[in-house]
Design a protein around this ligand. Structure first.
Ligand code: PLP
Length: 381
């Protein structure tokens, strides 16, 4: 790819993703597009399964897991020893929830804008008080709200990097500081952040961050990634575990469990190998284009979308520019109807209550923004 901070070879990138020549695909915050690169990794996985059977584990697949861990760690600015692979965000959150000491701190603070599986972890735990803060405007949270709610009884400040229905980007350093000032942990659901917002987790101070390949990282369903800050990855002792978390994984001694000395002590069994392969393909492309270019490109596409919507009289629910991402909500009286009619024209977007949700990614074009806006405007809100 070019060294220009903004430009990259868009045609070459688009050629990697077959769906882009068949559809106007604008729903990457639900599911990133499948690339030829991911398919090639998947084909390699299948071929080795055919050719080698179980010996592929030792000769190739354990190595592929480490390839992915290394890429993800470098991508989000942490060490491989701070990066665990898990089956889903929900499992990652559960193992974090089960890894901190239970004591006088029994309150967890989150927001009504978070993806609900974040709150559900604590809603089902006896003795835990779950505080769900209200958004002042349905789009954002004010850091002061967290600062007021997080106190000496708080175990976690648990919230999102980017809110899934509003695209609002929260500042990780601010969240971590608020949590730590009160002696609480900072846990961030970064599923909608990783792959569209540049990350340097080690410098943010957050204790835990979860993400996965499904959406902006273009790797498909079946895996999640968990960052655990180095000192915690060495010392916390999860109360749910697996053989992947054991120091001597291949010792097979049921009498001798000892935690590994890194974030793998948070792992919960065999990761989905097909997804390890598809995720490698997606991550390679993201790394080659570069997250700074992706963020700049997504900003340009989003700006175009916002301007074109205004020109066509479509009403948006948008964060202020400094906190905006590539998740754009457009008010509509019949979102499911609009989404279905757009799909008939080959335009793939999504809906949430009261809104059509559109999420372009770096592989989309300005022309696709225009096409979508004109098509939506033809189905009046
Ligand atoms: C912010 C956020 N968190 C979590 C999830 C889902 O988590 P899981 O991997 O448990 O299905 C989603 C969407 O699928 C999401 O948008």
């Amino acid at each position: 790819m070019s060294s220009d901070p903004v430009r990259f070879d868009l045609d070459r990138v688009r050629a990697e993703f077959p769906i882009l020549s068949a559809r106007t695909y604008l729903n990457s915050c639900s599911l990133g597009a499948l690339s030829r690169r991911s398919e090639a990794y998947l084909a390699e996985f299948r071929e080795r399964w055919h050719a080698m059977g179980a010996s592929a584990w030792y000769e190739h697949w354990l190595g592929r897991i480490e390839d992915l861990r290394g890429r993800v760690a470098a991508f989000w600015g942490a060490a491989p020893s701070e990066t665990a692979l898990l089956p889903s965000t929900s499992v990652a959150l559960s193992v974090v929830a089960e890894s901190v000491p239970v004591g006088s701190r029994d309150r967890v603070v989150c927001s009504e804008l978070d993806f609900p599986t974040l709150a559900y972890q604590w809603a089902v735990k006896p003795g835990v008080e779950l505080v769900v803060l209200e958004s002042p405007d349905g789009v954002r949270m004010d850091p002061e709200q967290y600062a007021e709610a997080v106190d000496e009884r708080t175990l976690f400040l648990a919230t999102s990097h980017v809110f899934f229905t509003t695209g609002y980007v929260q500042d990780l350093r601010t969240l971590a500081d608020i949590a730590h000032r009160a002696g609480a942990w900072c846990l961030v659901d970064g599923y909608q952040g990783a792959g569209q917002v540049p990350l340097d987790l080690s410098s943010t101070g957050v204790d835990f961050y979860t993400a996965g390949p499904l959406k902006w990282l273009l790797g498909g369903p079946g895996l999640a990634y968990l960052y655990v800050r180095a000192d915690l990855a060495r010392t916390l002792e999860p109360r749910i575990t697996s053989w992947f978390a054991a120091e001597n994984q291949f010792g097979f001694d049921p009498r001798a469990f000892r935690y590994r000395s890194d974030a793998r002590r948070f792992e919960m069994g065999t990761p989905s190998l097909p997804t390890v392969h598809t995720a490698l393909g997606g991550q390679e492309i993201v790394d080659e284009v570069g997250i700074e270019r992706i963020a700049a490109r997504n900003r340009a596409l989003t700006d175009r979308l916002v301007v074109r919507c205004a020109e066509m009289g479509l009403s948006l629910r948008l964060p202020e520019p400094a906190h905006r991402s590539a998740i754009v909500m457009i008010r509509h009286d019949d979102p499911p109807g609009a989404v279905a009619r757009l799909a008939e024209r080959g335009i793939i977007v999504d809906h949430r209550p009261g809104h059509v949700r559109v999420s372009p990614h770096f592989y989309n074009t300005e022309e696709e923004m225009d096409l979508f806006v004109e098509a939506l405007a033809a189905y009046p809100a």
